[in-house]
Design a protein. Structure first.
Lengths: 322, 255
């Protein structure tokens, strides 16, 4: 067994950014471990996607009408069959919705170890040493794993720019797994982003509230500040799941990706899933009474002031006098 | 229709999470434990399905300190019964939990398993896909809504950028729940006390041993220091002035 197999995600038309990060990681690992970088792409039509996979030495193409739209069961069948056929030393999957379905599932089906939440990977002999963010980013676990093994990688960990070229780009068309004829699940329909009343992805300033706001009644404090600042109100996942703000305002992994000039994080701890949605923001200011909160690692400025005192004070200064 | 909802405890991250003297695990004795928030949503989704379709719901958790309390709370929330599963190993990682639970769930004859999509300590993978693959059942994770139609479940799966899909899954299946359609309900302490006085928890013993992980933790530590925010100190009024000055300097608010 040799080489690094990358599971490529796409919407059928474009390769997802995470896949270029994985290809960049794969090129680094393949240099130490030896073997090829292989990109597995499974879709109804792989035609529009292969041109983007220049970082791979071989592009494993699996096409079938059953692969139209993302269906976890179908994708796991393809990934498992590719692992069995190609016997890679390392399998890389993004820590995305697909990664949550497939990394541990494919590892279990093939009897391989799986390491999740990886932000760094390096080869040591035939082992892989990985750093993983655990406990909401409060602690980092370093693991040594014998290969072959599966790793799921957090977005933003490797440079996407290094994942576009450097491979031979040979295409290998593989027959779809027989199991695709007996699937026990189906895609009924998909909905894109947008359609809501607000679009926080275009906002220049975002005031984003987290669990620290304490309850729906306190959202008003952040709302007043956002109004005074000319900012849109954003939220972390727990705030949306608690029903304090609508889904269209959620920033992070299963929400929106924002790139404002100013991101004011209020009572947000900064779990990796949240950071994924705002790591390209300009100036980041964080307010959190827990001085150890991971948000302070990515913020430019921070304070442990109580938000209930601080927000009204900022609002008062920004409001026109009188 | 029989639904099992799998629950587990995770460290409450609002409190300090300390590393043990070996430097490879958290100090499990000093941690304050709470129900995994995603499992809390899975539990809510299960109770909503019971209310809408008359399904029978069993809460299941690996036996551990504090788990009985968590199972009583699930009964107070509306599940029909709760079972603790005893294992030979002290491991609680997802591969070990899946090995322990697969046989128990198969024996119970469940049609649908709900559990949280992930947990903050899932270093060795998430439970839903591992359990489903062991059982040979289909699975979907990052699910935010579940409804039942005969022998199928219709689910909403969420992706980044606010995209979603509706999937139909034949039962039996395992779903990794990200969020229930409504926030987990609150149970008054009086109700919990009543349940603890009257309900009996069931138990089952796991037959399968925990599988080898093939991966060893060599270090667990806080992320490297050195980079990070410049901290603004002082009374709230003074910090507010510093923040407003920063925004004005950069032209981010009107001067």
């Amino acid at each position: 067994m040799a080489g690094v197999l990358v599971y490529v995600e796409s919407d059928g038309e474009r390769v997802a950014p995470i896949s270029f990060e994985l290809l960049a990681a794969a090129r680094e690992l393949a240099q130490s471990l030896g073997g090829d970088v292989e990109a597995l792409v499974a879709a109804a039509d792989t035609g529009p996607l292969v041109g983007e996979l220049g970082a791979a030495d071989t592009i494993l193409e699996v096409t079938s009408p059953a692969l139209a739209g993302y269906l976890p069961e179908a994708q796991q069948l393809v990934l498992v069959e590719a692992i069995r056929a190609r016997k890679p030393a390392v399998v890389l999957v993004g820590y995305t919705s697909a990664g949550l379905d497939l990394a541990a599932g494919a590892a279990t089906a093939t009897g391989l170890p799986v390491v999740a939440y990886c932000t760094g990977l390096r080869a040591e002999g035939s082992d892989v040493v990985a750093d993983s963010q655990l406990y909401g980013g409060k602690l980092v676990a370093t693991t040594t794993t014998s290969t072959p093994a599966v790793f799921s990688v957090v977005a933003g960990s490797f440079a996407e720019a290094n994942g576009h070229a450097g491979g031979r780009g040979e295409r290998i068309v593989t027959a779809p797994p027989a199991g695709l004829a007996q699937l026990r699940s189906r895609v009924l329909g998909t909905t894109g982003a947008g359609g809501g009343a607000v679009d926080i992805t275009k906002a220049e300033r975002v005031v984003s509230v987290g669990r620290g706001i304490g309850g729906a009644d306190n959202i008003e404090l952040a709302e007043e500040l956002a109004t005074a600042m000319g900012a849109e109100l954003g939220a972390s996942r727990p705030v949306v799941d608690s029903g304090w703000l609508p889904k269209e305002r959620q920033v992070g992994k299963s929400g929106m990706t924002v790139k404002p000039k100013l991101y004011l994080a209020v009572g947000i701890s900064g779990a990796p899933e949240h950071l994924e949605g705002m790591h390209d923001a300009g100036l980041v200011i964080a307010i959190n009474t827990d001085g150890d909160a991971p948000i302070f690692k990515v913020a430019d400025y921070g304070t442990t002031c109580d938000l209930f005192d601080l927000l009204p004070a900022i609002t008062a200064l920004l409001k026109p006098a009188g | 229709m029989h639904i099992a909802v799998i629950l587990k405890q995770v460290p409450d991250l609002v409190e300090e999470v300390e590393v043990d003297s070996q430097g490879t695990d958290i100090d499990r004795d000093s941690v304050k434990w709470k129900l995994n928030e995603f499992d809390d949503h899975a539990l809510e989704q299960a109770v909503l399905l019971k209310e809408s379709s008359g399904a029978e719901v069993t809460a299941v958790a690996l036996a551990a300190d504090g788990v009985d309390q968590l199972l009583y709370a699930a009964v107070a929330r509306g599940v029909d019964r709760a079972i603790r599963v005893t294992t030979a190993s002290a491991r609680t990682d997802a591969p070990a939990a899946a090995a322990a639970l697969a046989g128990v769930l198969a024996d119970m004859g469940v049609d649908l398993v709900l559990t949280g999509v992930q947990a903050v300590d899932d270093l060795h993978g998430q439970l839903a896909p591992i359990l489903a693959t062991r059982l040979g059942w289909p699975h979907v994770s990052v699910v935010s809504r579940v409804s039942l139609e005969g022998t199928e479940a219709e689910v909403t799966q969420e992706y980044s950028g606010g995209r979603m899909a509706t999937l139909e899954v034949d039962l039996p299946a395992v779903l990794g729940v990200q969020a229930a359609p409504r926030p987990p309900r609150y149970v008054p302490i009086s109700r919990l006390r009543q349940v603890m006085a009257s309900a009996e928890l069931g138990s089952a013993a796991a037959a399968a041993a925990a599988p080898a992980l093939g991966s060893t933790v060599t270090r667990l530590a806080a992320p490297p220091q050195g980079q990070g925010a410049q901290m603004l100190e002082g009374r709230p009024e003074a910090v507010a002035e510093q923040i407003v000055a920063l925004l004005r300097e950069r032209g981010l608010v009107e001067a």
